[in-house]
Design a protein around this ligand. Sequence first.
Ligand code: SAM
Length: 228
Amino acid sequence: MHRLKVPALSAEMSVPPAELHHLRVLRLRPGAEVRVFDGQGAEASATLLRLDEGGALLALGERLENTRETPQPVTLAVALLKGDKLSDVVRAATELGVARVQLLQTRYADVPDIGEQKLVRLRRIAAEASKQSRRALVPEVLAPMPLARLTLEGQGFLAHPGSGLRLLDKLHWSAPVTLISGPEGGFSDAEVEALTQVGFQAITLGPRILRAETAPLALLGALAASGV
Ligand code: SAM
């Protein structure tokens, strides 16, 4: 069944321009059943009331449970990477269930900052990937901030080569989770020290050194493979 994103669930909903094209291509007629989701986690069935030159109108049906979210929200805090690597990370992280991506400025980050345009693009990628993976939640992609400002809410883990702890031995689903992944140049000793001081635990991703764009997927892949 066709799913489309609307700004909010309400009794009657206009279809946003970005979604209209698909409805026209599908040649849906009044009375057709679709699904709507709001990007905040809510999903429902809806009936097409009208589709014409002027736009489309939907009537809200029954609320549906979307069971695709992890038991607690997962934040991926990832160091700024060069080129288009962050696009791939955001797309895959969305498919793997993150609730939020926090971009991080670190001492050895590949680039010092990213522009507004790139941030907008990353948010669009998250929205598309969320829809494709049938989630009702679109992960937030938060503007870069210095690693020193990262606070810990719930449990936090930092992927750092040479660490002895394993993520799945330590993680429990009773509190939100933050996973941190570093830049190609890794974290400085001072950064690792500062993060462990605030309660992040350094964990291993195995004996091989993964590229900076691969490590986030290994972190999140471990969660996905555990069935959450
Ligand atoms: N020379 C860097 C170092 O020794 O930290 C390598 C950095 S690695 C290319 C990029 C990031 O991926 C690291 O900062 C870390 O977050 C993560 N990473 C890669 N391989 C890892 C591993 N085997 N265990 C834990 N984290 C890893």
